[in-house]
Design a protein around this ligand. Structure first.
Ligand code: SF4
Length: 296
């Protein structure tokens, strides 16, 4: 099979910077405890490498609950950002803080803060249980409403005259988010719309959809936990019209997926290390022709 390498793919600037910061603090810990509060980035390989270098993981999405397990040393806030309450609590506990929040997530926090200061209520499109929305909701408790689906737009019940704005998680599907924003504008024509999907997510989704038209399927290299990797599979299937498969490593490839196929696109989520993507590509190229030959 021919493998089409979809570009851009893999690490974004926020992930590169977060890993750089975490590795540096790990190197300089001199025996003091270093804890990442949640997964630094949503990739199993990156997590394992950091743990092997002595950085402890507290794997809870609820950062305040996670902080209860950190008594001393340095705490690392992940690329997804944390609420101001978490920052305050870390200080109250006397911890050293390394904040690896991506600058694109910080921009969303700043936007929400400015909107609330200007008297808006904010509708935030995001995934429940993901740490990024938890951080954003904490910027203005009680003033930011999280919705996930288009149907939830109809459940919103703001009093007449409420100044409304909408924004979103950085790693969602561009197309899903646009549809939800469109529905919001139908219901609340004066709503102020801010699309905060980051450039890295947008570029990877656009490239994957475009490439999907010329291949038989697309393999997305990324971990199940990774929102942007899951969205890549989704856009390949919904907009590219081709099957998409998410694999964390070469061992998860199933030759049966490729029966009758000749061209396979490969992309990778924004938190996937390049060497893992290379290994997956090599494994696909090594699948023998007879394993994927169509029968009948
Ligand atoms: S996917 Fe976007 S928001 Fe997330 S770390 Fe990368 S650049 Fe930042």
């Amino acid at each position: 099979m021919e493998v089409v390498r979809i570009t851009p793919r893999g690490y974004c600037h926020g992930v590169v910077e977060a890993i750089r910061m975490a590795k540096q603090v790990g190197r300089e810990r001199h025996g003091r405890p270093v804890t990442m509060l949640g997964y630094l980035v949503h990739n199993e390989h990156v997590t394992r490498e950091l743990e092997e270098s002595g950085v402890r993981l507290v794997p809870t999405a609820d950062r305040l609950v996670g902080l209860e397990q950190v008594d001393a040393g340095t705490v690392i806030f992940t690329a997804h950002g944390v609420s101001p309450q978490v920052v305050d609590e870390a200080r109250r506990r006397g911890l050293d803080v390394v904040d690896a929040t991506c600058s694109d997530v910080t921009r969303t926090h700043d936007l929400v803060r400015r909107l609330i200061d200007d008297g808006y209520e904010v509708v935030y499109i995001g995934k429940r249980g993901h740490p990024e929305p938890a951080g954003v909701l904490g910027v203005a408790p009680g003033h930011v409403r999280l919705i996930e689906t288009i149907d939830e737009v109809d459940e919103l019940d703001y009093p007449q005259g409420t100044k409304l704005a909408v924004t979103c998680q950085t790693t969602l599907s561009m197309w899903d988010t646009a549809a939800i924003i469109e529905r919001l504008i139908q219901r609340f024509p004066a709503i102020e719309a801010h699309n905060e999907i980051c450039r890295a997510t947008q570029e990877r989704q656009e490239a994957a959809v475009l490439a999907a038209k010329d291949v038989d399927c697309v393999v997305v290299v990324g971990s199940q936990r990774s929102s942007n990797s899951q969205r890549l599979v989704q856009v390949v299937e919904q907009l590219g019209g081709k099957p998409g498969f998410l694999v964390d490593n070469p061992g998860e490839l199933n030759p049966n997926w490729f029966v009758g196929m000749r061209r396979v696109g490969v992309t990778a989520g924004a938190s996937t290390p390049t060497q893992i993507t290379r290994a997956v590509i090599a494994a696909i190229e090594a699948i023998p022709a007879e394993a994927t030959a169509a029968t009948g």
